[in-house]
Write a protein that binds this ligand. Sequence first.
Ligand code: NCD
Length: 306
Amino acid sequence: MDLEGRDIISIRELTREEIDWILKTADSMEPIAKKGSDMLKGKILATLFFEPSTRTKLSFETAMLKLGGETIGFAEPEAASIKKGESLADTIRVIQNYSDVIVLRHPLEGAARFAAEYAEIPIINAGSGSEEHPTQALLDLYTIRREKGGIDGLNIALVGDLRYGRTVHSLAYALSLYNVKLYLVSPSLLRMRREVIEDIKGKIEVIEGLGLEEVIPDVDVLYVTRIQKERFPDLSEYAKVKGSYMINLDVLKGAKDDMIILHPLPRVDEVAVEVDSTPYAKYFKQVWYGVIVRMAILALILGAVK
Ligand code: NCD
């Protein structure tokens, strides 16, 4: 297997073997993350963020620095030449002269794929509209595997905004490569897009339409997401679903003792702060796993690990 030079645009372009290999490589990155390394010395990562981000940008940058590489980039496109009317294609053709790999986040679906067509260096999709966020899915899988000892055989619920949330699309595709039962829990306005459901339904058992309280006693992993207010074409629609789910100690009463709660973060009000101190809460650990998974991705794509 060789991931050197590969783009990561959609999780669907990775096989289960490749995903498992990335996750295994992440295991080997943990000791390196603690003491640092010069594995990617001389390499430059460019982060181009056309949308807000805290975790994804900083976690890629942290991963690169821990491997001895350097980072450049922008998070305020208003301050870059984009403001002067530069096209995405031109921006990519310029930035690839400065860097060895580009991490791109963009509000438009298809933006990462478009960029990859112009780039001669690898492009990593760090979120393309409400379409996909493949590296988030990899770190979600890694968290499940670390915290539950494996992925096969688990019952997993995706909760919240399954329509506009991109992390749930990538995660659903990824989970369909494993032997899991998937519950989709959302207000009907925010149901997962049909094309994703059609794609995964033939591969795994998918259960839609149940309420949170019916699902909680059966699940091993509760993956909670924020309602993506900024992606609603009409804010009166948002008002109808705002605050639909609130995971608090009361809701968790029927949960299995070893159930885990994940969240891609940022959280707004869907997981109460009182849950943070329970053994269920793994969302801050998930952030650390994100660093080692992104170290693995960068090391593999840049050919430092074969
Ligand atoms: C997510 C995203 O940007 O899609 N954040 C992240 O990368 N961890 C989730 C979100 O914004 O709700």
